[in-house]
Ligand binder design. Sequence first.
Ligand code: NAP
Length: 250
Amino acid sequence: MGDLQGKVALVTGASRGIGQAIARELANAGASLLLAARGEEACRALADEIGASADACYLDVADYDSVKAAVGAAISRFGRLDILINNAGVNDPIGLVGNADPAGWARCIEINLIGVHNMVHASLPMMRASGEGVIVNISSGAAFLALEGWSAYCASKAGVAMLTASIAEELSGEGIRVYGLQPGTVETAMQQKIRAAGYSPVAQMQPADHLPAEVPARAVAFLCSDGGKRFNGRELRVSDKDLCDAMAAS
Ligand code: NAP
């Protein structure tokens, strides 16, 4: 694509899975990248593979001091921040309502929902100063469908979908675009955990039933490009026909 030349992106949860694939797609499109997760070493290895246009740092999205440090690192390393990919997420604890450890249930909300707010809160001043920006929140079909054993994850992702809509409502006049993207089911470490836990029909799916991470990653890179402008403010599925048609035509 190459149309993200000169743009600076921060990708959360870039240490593996969908986040790693998003980082590669954004790099291919010409963006400079800060790759961030608790697994800093894995982010660093990916940044080294991408080259001088990528750097890495430690990030716990649930910890606002850590979030501020990561946003600050992106700005001091590359001078600006144009694109925020809120991809970091967990799906544990998996278990029936009332059986999960309350602290574990709360931690899921802290990472998946409060973490997204933390990242947006820390990034907005820079985006507002430059009068433009793109935020992509990695959503889930579980935001709209209750699944047995997944109450923390479903509640957190439902919250993220409403946060996406709230951001769209508030920022539409400021040149800052926002999207929710449901990636489909994707074969990552998260799906391995789902199979091991055994709850919900998703646990019965086999690795070959899932999409490769490159499929949602390509959609994210497209939404960040000018071609994504017409979808501004929407909660999208990676399989949505208008999105697929627009990507094919780009
Ligand atoms: P994954 O392989 O488990 O990767 C999750 C990523 O999030 C890792 O890089 C992890 O890095 C990071 N992360 C977790 N907690 C974090 C924290 N507190 N601070 C910073 N980073 C954190 O899962 P995935 O499948 O790629 O999932 C990526 C996103 O897609 C998630 O938001 C998930 O909910 C969503 N999603 C996935 C599927 C699917 O089928 N796989 C479907 C729908 C939605 P560290 O552990 O190194 O911090």
